[in-house]
Design a protein around this ligand. Structure first.
Ligand SMILES: [Cu+2]
Length: 177
């Protein structure tokens, strides 16, 4: 039986140092490898994150823009009233048109054609029309409107066009900027 030799402490220290160094090198290599991978993928990752963020913002933005502004339009004998008369182009509006009168009314958005314009001409020129059959007394209709471009003062109106209604005052000038 060989005598148990006490391990050489200096040798053990060298071994430990070597082992620690090896570990350190491995760790460094790993870190370098990792760093390289991170560096390589970071650009793609950042770009992806950036694109996602942009997409999210765009979606959020469009969602915000898509929320329509509610406008209350009331018709009666013989006037047209609206909670909003100054509109913005490209912005969606939800118009709630209410007949508060005693007779049928219509609702059109049209460039002013005067009291004598025929209903056919008005109807053809109108960008929005809710016919009188859909607006008996007490009725309420909703229509979505997005004005495509600017309409300076005097170029657009909310109107009602059964005989004499426009002449009696059923028109309201609106603007779009
Ligand atoms: Cu009317």
């Amino acid at each position: 039986m060989g005598a148990w030799r006490r391990p050489d402490l200096a040798a053990w220290k060298r071994l430990c140092t070597l082992w620690t160094s090896a570990l350190a090198i491995c760790a460094t290599m790993s870190r370098r490898d990792l760093a390289a991978r991170v560096r390589d993928s970071l650009g793609i990752a950042l770009a992806s994150v950036g694109l996602l963020a942009l997409a999210a913002c765009a979606r959020l933005g469009s969602d915000v823009r898509a929320v329509p502004t509610t406008v209350r339009v009331t018709l009666s004998e013989f006037k047209v009233e609206s909670s909003v008369t100054a509109f913005r182009a490209g912005v969606p509006y939800r118009l709630t048109v209410i007949n508060q009168g005693q007779v049928n009314h219509e609702f059109i958005i049209v460039k002013p054609l005067g009291d004598d314009a025929s209903r056919e001409v008005n109807a053809e020129a109108a960008m929005v029309q809710i016919g009188e059959l859909d607006l008996p007394p007490g009725a309420q209709q909703t229509v979505m409107v997005t004005f495509p471009g600017a309409a300076p003062s005097g170029s657009l109106e909310f109107a009602c066009q059964p005989p004499r209604h426009h002449e009696f005052g059923m028109h309201l000038a609106v603007t779009v900027t």
